[in-house]
Design a protein around this ligand. Structure first.
Ligand code: NDP
Length: 497
């Protein structure tokens, strides 16, 4: 009998869908169909492929309510957080529609010998791209990385989290509705095992998820020697220094720490505040946090929705409890809200956190942020960098040049100045992590070139005379020179001078 996954809304515990698990034979079949469909797709011109992505872009805007309903139904998140997914997918589509062709165009490069040789760089699709995606942004992460892969001429197989397969399936249906051959984008639902099987068949794997799973993916890809990218977790710092506009910084922190119930890879989890402004800033933050509205609703009036599951909420509450047991203070929130549903956690602000607590150095991935006092910018930078992760950071420091100077000293793949999550919608610059936060980049040129292999075509004979024959002549002349060297004392032969 076919095995199925039951998908539940974590806010209401209602079953909202069922999907079949893709076993080994379904995966093999999908691989075969996708490989066949990829060949003619790859032969199309960029513009022909782009036509479908453009239709998809327009379609997701007109079908926005269906998309937001689906995202909310399987995640329990607030509607505004679902909207953020849609906006980012539309922005990614627009970016690659206007820049993808230019990036993928063959490029003339500096040749070995100007005039008689030439060098050209071309980008060839890998063929079959596997995308393994998490539950926190199920629409965005399953499709935004698929669009550049498709535009570059690949077919994609998507393995969404077993908790949230419905958004990926809907995204794929909308691509088909936009005119894509159904065999070019296939969703393979199932548990982690489905993901590890998928890696055995594809030519490139794009993984987004936790660091420990990312390691397993890297090992499996390494065994097959296929290229991969890993977009992993973070423990993202924010630095607030004298001169920062505190109202704006406090509002920035609310968005950065509590959007999507804190279940965002680039969410702020640690805040280093310079001593003289610490009290004002912390009061400002706590005052705002206490006004946030928590709950489940398909209207726009909720600020913070459910977490993905009771298990994950318990992990987050465990971080809070362990910190409190070791002396941390709860400035705001800190409790489960079982009156609202099984997986609601109050937006929480902690102080007096130290290195003995998990919340100080492990990714919490929930609506929890810790405030730390620091003497000066030097201490803030040192503490911000004291982490195994290096995904995103945020700097608030008044003068722009000063803020940028601080930003450059932070060991993260991206830094937002006077903002927190801005990198996600900055499509023209690469996004990704250093240290345990990942390998590879999405967005910008990197985000589409990673789905290609660079091939160099070097040509000799541009002006009739070949490079190899020039080389040969040089060798012959050298040999001749060596032969005649003993005679040079008494023979004068101008050619060998
Ligand atoms: P996981 O690492 O648990 O899972 C990610 C995906 O990998 C899921 O589809 C999962 O399947 C699958 N998977 C599990 N085991 C394997 C395996 N052995 N081989 C191949 N695939 C496997 O992450 P979460 O879903 O819990 O997502 C949260 C994490 O994602 C956080 O750490 C977060 O920081 C990170 N993340 C990073 C982002 C970035 O851009 N850097 C963006 C968003 C999230 P299943 O769920 O069905 O078990």
């Amino acid at each position: 009998m076919e095995e199925r996954i039951e998908v539940r809304n974590p806010a209401t515990a209602q079953v909202v869908g069922q999907v079949a698990i893709a076993g080994p034979s379904e995966i093999r079949d999908a691989v075969q169909r996708a490989r066949q469909a990829q060949k003619p797709w790859n032969r199309l011109r960029f513009r022909e492929r782009a036509r479908i992505v453009r239709r998809f872009h327009d379609l997701i805007l007109t079908r926005r309510n269906q998309i937001l309903d689906t995202i909310q139904a399987e995640t329990g998140k607030a509607r505004r957080d679902a909207l953020a997914e849609l906006i980012t997918v539309a922005g990614t589509a627009r970016y690659y529609l206007s820049h993808g062709e230019q990036t993928l165009q063959p490029k003339r490069r500096r040749p070995a010998l100007p005039a008689i040789t030439s060098a050209e760089l071309i980008y060839k699709a890998h063929g079959l791209v596997g995308l393994i995606t998490p539950w926190n942004y199920p629409f965005l992460l399953s499709i935004a990385d698929a669009l550049p892969a498709l535009l570059a001429g690949n077919a994609v197989l998507i393995k969404p989290s077993e908790l949230t397969p419905l958004s990926a399936i809907l995204a794929r249906d909308l691509l088909i509705e936009s005119g894509l051959d159904p065999h070019l984008a296939i969703v393979l639902s199932g548990p982690g095992e489905t993901g590890s099987q998928l890696i055995q068949h594809v030519d490139y794997v794009g993984f987004t998820g936790g660091t420990s799973t990312g390691r397993k993916v890297a090992v499996a890809a390494g065994e097959r020697l296929i290229p991969y990218s890993l977009e992993l977790g973070g423990k993202n710092p924010m630095v607030v220094l004298k001169g920062a506009r505190l109202d704006e910084a406090a509002m920035g922190l609310l968005a950065g720490a509590f959007a999507n119930s804190g279940q965002t890879c680039i969410a702020v989890e640690r805040v280093y505040v310079e001593e003289p402004i610490y009290e004002d800033f912390s009061r400002n933050v706590v005052d705002r946090v206490s006004k946030l509205k928590l709950g489940w609703s398909t209207s726009w009036d909720v600020d913070i929705g459910s977490m993905i599951s009771r298990e994950h909420a318990n992990k987050v509450l465990g971080h809070i409890q362990q910190a409190v047991d070791h002396g941390a203070r709860v400035l705001s929130g800190g409790r489960a809200r079982t009156d609202l549903g099984a997986a609601f956690v109050e937006p929480t602000v902690l102080s007096h956190v130290d290195g003995s607590m998990s919340v100080a150095h492990e990714e919490t991935f929930g609506p929890v942020v810790s405030l730390y006092r620091v003497r000066d910018s030097e201490e803030a930078i040192a503490k911000a960098n004291d982490s195994r992760f290096g995904l995103n950071a945020s700097v608030w420091a008044g003068k722009e040049t000063y803020a940028r100077e601080i930003a450059r000293q932070l060991e993260t793949g991206s830094v937002a100045v006077n903002s927190t999550l801005l990198i996600y919608n900055s499509f023209d610059v690469p996004m990704g992590g250093v240290k345990l936060s990942g390998i590879g980049r999405r967005h910008g040129e990197h985000g589409i070139l990673r789905y290609t292999q660079a091939q160099s075509i070097v040509r000799s004979g541009a002006l009739g005379g070949g490079y190899d024959s020039v080389l040969m002549r040089i060798k012959i002349e050298r040999k001749a020179r060596a032969l005649v060297a003993p005679l040079r004392a008494w023979i004068r032969f101008p050619w060998f001078k």
